[in-house]
Ligand binder design. Structure first.
Ligand SMILES: [Zn+2]
Ligand SMILES: [Zn+2]
Length: 265
């Protein structure tokens, strides 16, 4: 592949409620700093002429318009929680244009729940105008291809992580890994993260939580994984960007909506 870079954009970095939280007048929810405004977690990746979306939550439409996204070749779903999937229907404009189904990759468990949640898309899709998405169950590395002629092929590796009692997926592409909604990483998955250069990792807040890493837990895992740069996401409204970011060790920063970076493939 001639283009050896992944161009990554964080479309959203907030916890499930988003920040500001509806009805809250705390310091962060009323902050004038745009980095304290967080839509629900999602990430857009371009490699050569292949474009990949990770998760499509309730803010997907706004995020796609804000980031001028004009193509999605594949969707990687981390898990079936509301804040990560309810925007799937908003992929329809891409389908009108492409005329080809967009593959949505998910773990077998997540795929089964998605078939229930979106039966009108994934089970009885006879209704005209319905989003034409192909649910693909994956439990090993797979390849994503663009829909243009001479399209590049990109290998994606699912990284199983724990999200409370639930096992969900993070994903690794080249030297980039994206692990949202994580409370622990099994040893076997740590092995899959060896050599990652840029990591996106859950870091909800300082107070402990059964389904998410705290900031200190995330910092410790980032140290163990050893990426040169880690960005924390799924941030709650107790996280004041400027103050918390300044306290983090070298090579660990808070992510924020709209953050763009490049990673070697
Ligand atoms: Zn979430
Ligand atoms: Zn979740």
């Amino acid at each position: 592949m001639d283009d050896q870079q992944l161009r990554v954009q964080l479309l959203g970095t907030g916890t499930s409620t988003g920040v500001p939280v509806i009805g809250c007048d705390c310091e962060v929810c009323t902050s004038p700093d745009p980095r304290d405004s967080r839509l629900r977690c999602s990430c857009y990746i371009q490699i050569g002429n292949v474009s990949i979306l990770i998760d499509a939550g309730p803010d997907f439409r706004a995020q796609a318009l804000r980031a001028h996204i004009d193509s999605v070749d594949a969707v990687l779903i981390t898990h079936h929680h509301f804040d990560h999937v309810v925007g799937l229907d908003d992929l329809r404009p891409f389908l009108f244009r492409n005329k080809v189904a967009i593959p949505c990759y998910a773990s077998p468990e997540t795929a089964t729940v998605l078939e229930r949640m979106f039966s009108y898309i994934f089970v009885d899709s006879d209704y005209p105008g319905v989003a034409n998405l192909d649910l693909v169950r994956v439990d090993a590395p797979f390849h994503v291809e663009g829909r243009r002629e001479l399209s590049d092929r990109v290998q994606v590796t699912p990284i199983p992580v724990l999200h409370g009692d639930l096992q969900i997926y993070g994903y690794r592409i080249g030297n980039f890994a994206y692990l949202t909604d994580t409370s622990a990483i099994p040893e076997s998955s740590m092995d899959l993260l060896v050599g990652v250069e840029v990591l996106v990792l859950d870091g909800l807040r300082y107070e402990s939580h059964t389904k998410h890493l705290t900031i200190p837990e995330a910092v410790e895992l980032a140290r163990q994984i050893g990426a040169r740069q880690t960005y924390l996401v799924h941030l709650a409204h107790s996280i004041h960007h400027k103050r918390v970011d300044a306290e983090l060790p070298d090579g660990v920063n808070l992510g924020y909506d709209g953050l763009k970076f490049s990673v070697r493939l």
